[in-house]
Ligand binder design. Structure first.
Ligand code: AMP
Ligand code: MG
Length: 417
């Protein structure tokens, strides 16, 4: 097959390659339509995205209660310099004492127990001395101390969670605290993927000369596993246009999103773009970043499509940068902003001008500040330097030599290093 030289990926200053931010904007703009919703039990809702606003039908706390084990008092009943009261009852959490306090009376209260209506302070048990039912204390009492008020956490009729919020363990606790058992969430989109390449063999088989194990499907499986999506591993397609088309059509019937790896560049065995042009459409296929320049984005029927590069590191980087925002949009999630830290380089770094580069690196923070060091060879095939890294250094398009001790932008992989 002839490949158009104008479309070549060889030129570093490829003017037809889209810049990263433009590409993300285009992707997000193109993703419209709804995946729909379903009602699920909150027990199964961890990681799911809310399709509804959640309104509380009760106040939390729903009754005035004690924040301490101690004694509920009415400050008006305390005579100056004579802090002595009679314990007339006990109020337990779940077994309340409902009457009002009279002069010289106090009620022993447990944490979370209802306190008398006219009580306006709770004295910690540790601050009191009791002789039988006579309770003495010296403490200077402040009005409202150690009292939890009605609605101080959640007000009745207020919105506690919003459409687009992800259910985490705190939200599970909030939902149950207001008595909600079932919620409406976005349906799980189906994400299908397959690898392309004549060289790929399954990890169950013996490696023969010229072949490699297919690692990209495991990479994608790992990247998708924590997300509220249905993962559909469609295996491997050989480098043949008709076979790729057949697999894409199978995926298209059942998927919201299709991801392939490999075969997206300009080599003689790269058929993804031709296949897409025949059965769908390509919005763009080149981005001015490294690793990961050949990246096809398009649509087949109703399925959005990403053709990621075959090199594993490029596939990982482009997934994070471009596929993740697309999945967030499909899921109805707000887009997340990456944390960027400034750190000093411990050695000189070089890159070519004309593209943004993501270098795999290690961020170290100590008393002297934040420092960053390249984590190994930077070829797009070198997975071990990605495995050793805890961050990317993001280098702008217009720089080429970054001297030792320069301050650079670092994107940590997680909030802990
Ligand atoms: P391609 O994008 O198809 O030209 O592939 C670029 C490089 O990535 C080649 O060295 C391929 O052998 C390698 N590669 C492609 N697919 C995979 C895969 N699924 N697992 C590991 N390496 C791959
Ligand atoms: Mg290939």
């Amino acid at each position: 097959m002839s490949k158009n030289i104008k479309n070549s990926c060889i030129n570093e200053f490829d003017s037809t390659a889209l810049n990263e931010n433009k590409a993300i904007k285009l992707i997000l703009k193109s993703i419209t339509g709804k995946i729909g919703d379903e009602i699920i039990d909150i027990k199964n809702a961890l990681g799911r995205v809310l399709y509804q606003n959640i309104k509380s039908h009760i106040n939390i706390p729903s009754f005035k209660n004690s924040a301490m084990d101690g004694y509920a008092v009415n400050i008006k009943n305390l005579k100056k310099n004579n802090y002595s009261l009679n314990e007339i009852a006990t109020s337990f959490a779940g077994k309340p004492y409902n009457k009002k306090l009279k002069n010289k009376e106090t009620v022993k209260v447990m944490t979370g127990a209802l306190i008398p209506d006219n009580a306006d302070a709770v004295i910690m048990k540790e601050m009191t001395i009791n002789k039988g039912k006579e309770i003495k204390f010296k403490e200077n009492i402040k009005k409202n101390q150690n009292i939890r008020f009605v609605g101080e956490d959640i007000k009745k009729s207020s919105i506690v969670l919003k459409k687009g919020d992800t259910i985490n363990y705190v939200n599970l606790s909030i939902l149950s605290s207001i008595g909600i058992k079932k919620i409406e969430v976005f349906k799980k989109p189906v994400i299908s993927f397959f690898s392309t390449g004549d060289e790929l063999i399954s990890i169950n088989k013996k490696l023969t000369k010229g072949k490699i194990y297919d690692s990209n499907r495991y990479l994608l499986h790992g990247l998708l596993s924590g997300l509220p999506v249905i993962i559909n591993d469609m295996g491997v397609a050989i480098d043949k246009e008709s076979i790729i088309i057949k697999k894409l059509r199978e995926c298209e019937k059942i998927s919201n999103l299709i991801i392939t790896t490999g075969g997206v560049s300009v080599g003689d065995a790269d058929y993804i773009r031709d296949a897409l042009n025949k059965i769908g459409r390509i919005n763009f296929w080149k981005i001015s970043i490294k690793p990961g320049r050949p990246l096809a984005y398009g649509k087949i029927g109703k399925s959005f499509f990403f053709g990621l590069p075959g090199n594993p590191v490029s596939a990982a980087v482009t997934f994070e940068l471009f596929v993740m925002p697309a999945i967030n949009k499909i899921l109805g999630l707000k887009q997340k902003t990456k944390i960027i830290i400034k750190a000093k380089t411990v050695s000189e770094i070089r890159k070519k001008k004309g593209r943004v580069e993501y270098k795999r690196a290690c961020l170290i923070q100590n008393k002297k500040g934040s420092f960053v060091k390249i984590s190994g060879l930077q070829g797009s095939n070198i997975l071990t330097s990605l495995s050793k890294a805890n961050c990317y250094i993001r280098l702008a398009s217009n720089v080429n030599v970054i001297k030792k001790d320069s301050v650079v932008d670092v994107i940590p992989f997680s909030e802990e290093i």
